[in-house]
Design a protein around this ligand. Sequence first.
Ligand code: ADP
Ligand code: MG
Length: 334
Amino acid sequence: MRLAEIGEFGLIDRIAARTGKPGHIRIGIGDDAAGIVPTPGYLTLVTTDMLLEGVHFDLTWHEPLLLGRKALAVNLSDLAAMGAEPRWFLLSLASPPELPVEFLDQLVTGMLERATEFGVALAGGDTCASQGGLTISITLGGEQLPERTVRRHGARPGDLVVVTGELGEAALGLELLRRGERYEQAVSRHLDPTPRAREGVALAAAGLPTAMIDISDGLLADLGHILTESGVGAEIDQAQLPLSGGFAERCAAAGCDPVRLALAGGEDYELLFTIAPDRLALALETLREQGSQGTLIGRVTADRRLTVRRHDGREHPVDRCGFNHFAPSGNRTP
Ligand code: ADP
Ligand code: MG
């Protein structure tokens, strides 16, 4: 069955039938606007992310269930970076009329899987026909106390730089997908990223990070945003970058540079934060309690440059943009 056969309202009915309505959603799907009950004293944090066919995903690789999971995951990751607890989301779909209803059902299934896992409710959305490809836009709302909300601008000289999880797998996964390989944990890291949602909230609730961001464009590029907003620089120690077991070997087999993927590969969806040195142990313990690891990878400097200390001890200055400009040969200056 094609979407054209059930129409806009047929699709909305299918989605609505699968959506729960927890107490904080006073008005859900079916009215002209959703009504959310805020927690008194909390700030509402709202983020939105759009996924476009041909730009952000390729239907030859992305099966609908994983695409639905990823669409919500990338939004959860943004909210996590602010330390906000996710609560509700809106789903806007622009879909070609010939798309099978089964595809959209699977997409919604994946999305609702992640929603249930992280306690978020679908509160509404918009649906229309697309003359081009599929577009999925999600707006996610959450809450945090104003004084616990973490921003990009709080990093201070002397703070430490910490990252959750492991770096580079998603970028290796994408590289392998481009070559037509589907096997590899790296592939699943690209197709089905895990947002560090609970980790972000736990760190923020304990008042630990001075600045935080999620890594979507690559470690250097995203760290660059914190540094710019905070008016500081940083030194990153290449030897400390958290890489998964066997990552270097898998990169070598694929002809990729593991350090480049870890520093400049995108879509890790890990959290990157700065923290006062005397709070580091508590932050690492907080992450462990959430089943995650944190790794100290560098420190914040008053000098506004961003440098990477290589294995040979040489300091390598990098461009803030990181992604395009990081020279693996190590001879480029900013
Ligand atoms: P309007 O014409 O006033 O914009 P719609 O017909 O677009 O209203 O939407 C009807 C109801 O269905 C609204 O409550 C809206 O939030 C909900 N809705 C529409 N599309 C979606 C979707 N893709 N996912 C969830 N809810 C949706
Ligand atoms: Mg509408």
